[in-house]
Design a protein around this ligand. Structure first.
Ligand SMILES: Cc1ncc(COP(=O)(O)O)c(C=O)c1O
Length: 336
């Protein structure tokens, strides 16, 4: 499943103003009535395996099983009754879809979700169970994006991007504010990237409240568009073949790349097999079901022991919505 999208991400960069830390504080107040803080835990087997002191932030324990719900809820709770009446459309390989469907249900907003055909059945089922209309279209995230954009144009519904949305990034950033309150002495945080909302959010918070914190982004080497965009300083498209749905995007996004260019310390790549092994370590060492995208932070720490040795490293387990096939692959990495 490899695709290189023909069109650049929308909307245009000039339309987007990055959120400020005030927006993040405001998001925290807005979300407090809707989402509980997620726990932070440490696990000896993770420290032993990495040589670092790993602090896990459990976003896999959100009601949708992933961090994205913070962003979608913050965005939709701020829409007007007229906007809600027109409805929302989102495109996603899964966790953004669930997040928008959840937020739409919470705000009484009609919701259409476009996913690539052959979706993770766990995520597709959750979207339908939340009452959204699910449309399956195209082989990749990027194909789904084009179809969702067309649907929004036809119906007047609001298109909710997974990354080019300031209020979504502000909502996601509450996870990093929470993490720094729970673990103020972190030396570094490693953030899985697809569209870049999580890494951009981590950057905004770190620069405002913990300027010494090293923020490292990680993407799959099979879908390196965000990485390539950051390294080159321009929005890039790239092959999009990662098995890890949350990381599988084929283009850089303007808003998140703008924030990453200003603040991110480093961007690394790991291969999909390393993601499977890291999810296996989450299973055995932390009794945690992580989807492979959610294990990317841990995979990056495992991949570079010299860099992280002895340091306190925040690893956000961004999601736990693994498909049965993914779980079987992950289990196969675990020694009998
Ligand atoms: C579990 C998981 N981790 C990481 C990501 C990447 O997040 P972002 O698109 O904000 O970079 C996603 C995206 O949906 C995800 O679902």
């Amino acid at each position: 499943m490899t695709a290189t999208p023909a069109t650049p991400p929308s909307p245009a960069p000039s339309a987007l103003v990055p959120p400020t830390v005030r927006d993040v504080l405001d998001a925290r107040r807005t979300l407090a009535a809707h989402l509980e803080p997620t726990p932070v835990r440490t696990y000896e087997p993770l420290d032993t395996a990495t040589g670092a002191r790993v602090v896990v932030k459990h976003e896999n324990l959100q009601p949708t099983g992933a961090f994205k719900v913070r962003g979608a809820l913050n965005l939709l709770l701020r829409t007007t009754p007229e906007e809600r009446a027109r409805g929302v459309v989102a495109f996603s390989t899964g966790n953004h879809a669930q997040a928008v469907a959840y937020a739409a249900r919470s705000t009484g907003t009609p919701c259409t979700i476009v996913m690539p055909t052959d979706p993770n059945p766990v995520k597709a089922h959750a979207v339908r169970a939340l009452g959204a209309r699910l449309v399956l279209h195209g082989a990749t995230f990027d194909d789904a994006r084009e179809h969702a954009t067309a649907l929004a144009g036809e119906t007047g519904a609001r298109l909710v991007s997974a990354a080019n949305e300031p209020m979504l990034v502000a909502g996601v950033a509450t996870a990093y504010l929470e993490l720094l309150e729970q673990a103020p002495d972190l030396d570094a945080v490693v953030v899985p990237v697809g569209g870049g909302s999580g890494a951009a959010a981590a950057c905004l918070v770190a620069r405002a409240v913990a300027p010494d914190l090293e923020v490292v982004a990680v993407q799959s080497s099979a879908s390196p568009a965000a990485h390539d965009s950051w390294r080159s300083g321009a929005l890039r498209t790239a092959q999009n073949a990662s098995r890890a749905e949350g990381l599988a995007t084929g283009c850089g996004f303007a808003l998140t790349q703008e924030i990453l260019r200003a603040h991110l310390d480093d961007f690394v790549l790991v291969d999909d097999d390393a993601l499977d092994r890291a999810a296996g370590l989450f299973l055995t060492g932390a009794r945690t079901v992580a989807e492979t995208a959610g294990a990317a932070g841990l995979a990056a720490v495992l991949a570079d022991p010299g860099r992280f040795a002895g340091r306190r490293v925040g690893v956000v387990c961004t999601g736990g919505n693994a498909s049965p096939a993914e779980l079987r692959r992950v289990l196969a990495t675990v020694p009998a």
